[in-house]
Design a protein around this ligand. Structure first.
Ligand code: FE2
Length: 253
């Protein structure tokens, strides 16, 4: 792993690059760091760089150009939407619902559906490691106050999971929840958050605690269905003149 300084809107968040040596011996790089000489020597010691992937169309595509130049044999992958943003790069493929054959033996992946970001989370099977982008922050009490505010919200309660802003960027809560459930189905132990401290073991407990209740089915769902029925052109609106679900949907989404 390589830690990269990153300031977001003036707040120090940091970012993590992860390198996986695949069973084939080739290197798979997630969210690349600037390819400085010391890093290049370390990579060259470990194997040929074969794949470079971002976490999303927002997270982890900076510095890919360094790898394109230094490793012309490496394949650069885009998240959906990234190729339009990075017209300076030529990508060799796009991340999808299933892992590329080049890394599927070692690494599984899940796209976060129903969210504004085209975010992917990965699972390295041999080491039982979860590799995340913006889905997982882990900013404890040792972090600066502003960093904790952005990551954990105004109550500053440390948690392993997405920021309040990320949580508010859901478009389809059921689709997003299905993706979360797929991620929680993985048998992971170690967690590499896109931002914040690594959890070396028992990381599943923190992630499950941070994600278990997010978008979980609640009475809100029943209210929403009632509200949708009320809005249907075939519905008798007088039967459901108002509901909490309708108000919630209009104000929150
Ligand atoms: Fe990020």
């Amino acid at each position: 792993m390589v830690e990269v300084p990153l300031r977001y809107s003036g707040v120090q968040m940091g970012r993590r690059m992860t390198v996986v040596r695949l069973g084939s011996g080739a290197l798979w790089i997630h969210s690349p760091a600037p390819l400085e000489d010391a890093l290049r020597v370390e990579l060259d010691d470990r194997g040929p760089v074969k794949f470079v992937v971002p976490a999303s169309d927002l997270h982890g595509h900076l510095f890919m150009e360094h790898y394109r130049v230094t490793y012309p044999g490496a394949q650069l992958f885009a998240a959906p939407g990234l190729a339009e943003k990075r017209k300076d790069l030529s990508f060799d493929g796009e991340l999808g619902c299933t892992p590329d054959p080049g890394w599927e033996t070692d690494i599984d992946q899940v796209p976060l559906e129903g969210h504004r970001l085209n975010e992917f989370t990965f699972f390295h099977r041999p080491s039982r490691t979860l590799i995340a982008g913006d889905l997982i922050f882990n900013m404890g009490s040792d972090r600066p106050l502003l960093t904790r505010l952005v990551a954990n919200g105004p109550r500053l309660r440390p948690r392993v999971g997405p920021t309040p802003l990320f949580r508010k960027s859901v478009r389809d809560r059921r689709a997003t929840r299905r993706s979360i459930d797929r991620i929680l189905d993985w048998d992971f132990d170690r967690v590499l958050p896109g931002h914040g401290s690594i959890i070396e073991s028992a990381g599943d407990e923190g992630v499950r605690g941070g994600l278990a209740g997010w978008l979980a089915p609640t009475a809100w769902g029943a209210n929403r269905r009632v509200a949708q029925a009320a809005l249907s052109p075939t519905a008798n609106r007088m039967q459901v003149p108002f509901s909490f679900g309708l108000r919630y949907e209009r104000t929150h989404f």
